[in-house]
Design a protein around this ligand. Sequence first.
Ligand SMILES: C[S@@+](CC[C@H](N)C(=O)[O-])C[C@H]1O[C@@H](n2cnc3c(N)ncnc32)[C@H](O)[C@@H]1O
Length: 448
Amino acid sequence: MTSLLVPPESIRGMTCLDRTAFTVTVELPFLKICGTTLSKTIPVIKKYLFKKRNFKSVQRENDETVIYLNPMLIKTFEDFTENEKEQLLEMYEDFGTTKLILKYDNWASYEILRAILPKEIDVPTSYSIIGHILHLNLRDMHLPYKTIIGQVYLDTIPNIRTVLNKINMIDTTFRNFTMEILAGDENTITTVKENGYTYELDFSKVYWNPRLSTEHETVVMYMKSNDVLYDVFAGIGPFAIPAARKGIKVFANDLNPESYKWLQKNVVINKVQKNIRCFNMDGRDFLKTIFKADILNRRAANKAGMEHIVMNLPALAVEFLDVFFDFFDKNEIKQMCCQPPTIHLYCFVKTNKGEDACKLGQLLIEQKLGCKLSSDSLIELHFVRNVSLNKDMIRVSFLLTENILKDEEPAMKRLKTENTVDALSDNITENNGEEQRTPKETNEQKCV
Ligand SMILES: C[S@@+](CC[C@H](N)C(=O)[O-])C[C@H]1O[C@@H](n2cnc3c(N)ncnc32)[C@H](O)[C@@H]1O
């Protein structure tokens, strides 16, 4: 029998899961009360309840209610405070201790893994859930235990059927990563809900990040029903589909044939076919052809509404800005910019202590444009999320004004800024180190 509420020490270092080895007997204090006083008793003893997975700390037995208490906090009745004792004396019928057998099913994932892993190895507690998939970013020190870690999460987290681990950095063109299944079903096709929309996707083949849900919602909120959205790196549609549902005319593009396939499917699932056209092109070609033709037609027809260009490929989007210099002649720039479209551009910035990540994002874009974003053109600098220790994701929303595009020869402008862009080039490599979350991540900070 153990008085400590942890699995037995004998399982330390286990690499092949033996669920029977997690059984311990504990001595548990309890209070017996008659049913009618339960609502008065609970507020007094709430903080002492014995909480374990698959175990009810308040149990009805015939006419009586038994309340099990945490033995680390209460051993005898004397352990309650004077005030608590006074209140309980009027309500309880019996106080005693009983033996309880705790099994594998009663331990939480942290308790199980803390008991298994060597003391010097941290328990991997950070994960994302994408439909039925639990996605871990294990570190090297965890790898000898990866199978057991996967199995424990599969057993303990509700509704999970697959546990997988990312095995390289996000470095493919399509922003997905190589992964290995640690436990459960091999099927990586899943369904997620975000902001009331349903998306189907194959998590092993497309990009999906549940941490962008607020950002998707925020950007779509900017748009009005007679606006147009050109989503250059649309993925499976988390900006495009909500926008189309709002009545916005959407051109959604993604180079990854798999993203394009799921995007089309999600358009149907969410019944927004009427307002969306999908494209499977390189973003630069999409801007040069589809975007250019549509915006110039809109100007020629004097259409109402604003245009939004969303560029969520944070590691590289800034590199696509040259399209606006290189593929629009002076006349076309004049036409397009008589009512400047809004660009919502995402980037990564590498920050040192005390540096303003939003300002670095602005600087990065200004260097690429070769001019300052004046107060007339800058709409918002928005801190989206902390990606890893010194790396943040920023959105810079700005109007693509004629001043930005007309001032100098584009080649000259870029030449002038080449060195400084190089100095920031670290910003365009992503490792997506999501396991290194800091408090900054749960932000919705606006910088302008
Ligand atoms: C970071 S993901 C964003 C997806 C989606 N907008 C979202 O918020 O979830 C970037 C997307 O850009 C696509 N992509 C990468 N390079 C591209 C390119 N050159 N042209 C068009 N799409 C590209 C990837 O396939 C991926 O779906």
